[in-house]
Write a protein that binds this ligand. Structure first.
Ligand SMILES: C[S@@+](CC[C@H](N)C(=O)[O-])C[C@H]1O[C@@H](n2cnc3c(N)ncnc32)[C@H](O)[C@@H]1O
Length: 157
């Protein structure tokens, strides 16, 4: 068998009238130096070349299916705006949360495994808040309840 090295992204909406966000300019003109498929001054194609998570992204250990930050950053930049809320109901190590906060979105994550939230998701989100010098990094920005929901948010200031 070939080694699986791709992800399939589904872009769905609840009904035909639902509005969606697609940030055309951010995808066409953004900076994606590691992606050999993306050509300058051409729109992003539907196939992206993104490597596996970089070493620093696994500093809290190995979540079995952790995604690269570059992948979630690109998805979030393409399909949401600053201040929007991003929900990841299968958040694992919260790569989505890291990317959301990095780009000034709010974040709610859920995972069946509380251990993943405690070991990976919360420390990673806290690191990102510190990196951004967010006032929330000194308060209690994150919370895990019995339903294994983690809340993170980010102020744009
Ligand atoms: C593919 S991983 C997500 C990886 C994540 N994107 C990351 O970068 O770390 C899927 C996650 O869904 C969680 N999961 C599986 N079934 C679930 C369920 N019914 N409700 C909530 N989380 C679930 C697993 O514990 C696992 O952490």
């Amino acid at each position: 068998m070939f080694t699986a090295s791709h992800e399939t992204l589904l872009w769905v909406r609840k009904d035909k009238k639902a509005r969606h966000t697609f940030n055309y300019d951010a995808m066409r003109n953004g900076h994606f130096p590691d992606d050999f498929i993306k050509k300058p001054d051409k729109q992003m194609r539907s196939i992206w070349a993104i490597g596996t998570p970089k070493n620093g992204e696994k500093k809290y250990g190995k979540h079995p299916t952790q995604k690269p930050e570059a992948l979630l950053e690109r998805i979030i930049l393409a399909s949401s705006n600053e201040g929007d809320s991003v929900l990841d109901p299968f958040c694992g190590s919260a790569t989505t949360g890291v990317a959301a906060i990095r780009h000034n979105r709010k974040f709610v994550g859920i995972d069946l495994e509380k251990e993943y939230l405690d070991k990976f998701a919360i420390p990673r989100i806290k690191d990102e808040l510190v990196r951004k010098n967010s006032p929330l990094s000194n308060t209690k920005p994150l919370h895990v309840n019995e339903e294994h929901v983690v809340y993170g948010c980010c102020h744009n200031s």
